[in-house]
Design a protein around this ligand. Sequence first.
Ligand code: 13P
Ligand code: SF4
Length: 305
Amino acid sequence: MASVEEIKKEINRLKKETDTTILAHAYQGQDVLEIADIVGDSYGLAVKAQNDPKENIIMCGVRFMAETCKILCPRKHVFLPNPMAGCPMAEQFTKKEVENFKKENPEYCVVAYVNTTAKLKTCADVCVTSSCAVEVCRNIENEKILFIPDPNLGSYVAEKVPEKQFQFIDGGCPYHARMRKENAQKVKEKYPNALLLVHPECPKEVVEMADFVGSTTEIMDYARKSDQKEFIIGTEISIVEHLQFECLDKQFIPLSNQLLCSDMKATTLMDIYHTLKKEAGEEIILDQDTMDQARHSLEEMIRLG
Ligand code: 13P
Ligand code: SF4
């Protein structure tokens, strides 16, 4: 039986042999982060992949992230090591539903969180990430915005952009959306000096109690730079572990043990090993029209953000 350290060594050797870069979203486990070449949030990873010289990419995350990578790096081979890793929020609506809305409401601009499928991105006018959503929505010419697929992030943005009229569809991230103010109260009672850092995918009642609201990357940067010693982390539980490894003099407490995304935990070191050996994983193949149309909404984000 091979040990974890032996598999990591073999992965590092195979990466070089096969001209492959491994990208990992920050919600992956610590073992995956340790063999990754680039760690970050979904859009940041895809952008960095564009400037990477290697021919192959293994995207350790969920399917929409590998698709975004393929859209921005069409000439590279992009692999998802565990094809079962999806995102229930990204897959919430069909393209038809959004197209029907657009037909009936042509005055609306469709803004899609980057956490959407490539197919859904083709009918969005512009994409956003959690860190640039406010700025992009402010700069959109239309008065009316349909914000998909996360009504929690959408409501957070709508409060910051009161000059626009927002419309949402029910849904959201099943993990962040189930957080309640009682979760925050309970942890705050136990750790009264801890700062509460929250992702805007959480509901308003939790966001209102936060000392800081931001994307995964912004939460991590805030905790690293802060002089405070205790933090309650209101996003996926891996961030607690990664910050603990990085900042040994600080304490990180999860807002709830239920903030655990099983899809983000689906990818194992063995999946990555077998993908490198071409024995597992899935290469992301998208047709040219899907890639061109979806890329347009990502380029609009850069123009407006
Ligand atoms: P960010 O990494 O963009 O903050 O997204 C959070 C998330 O839920 C990713 O699936
Ligand atoms: Fe999707 Fe939520 Fe998991 Fe992110 S944390 S991949 S939004 S289900």
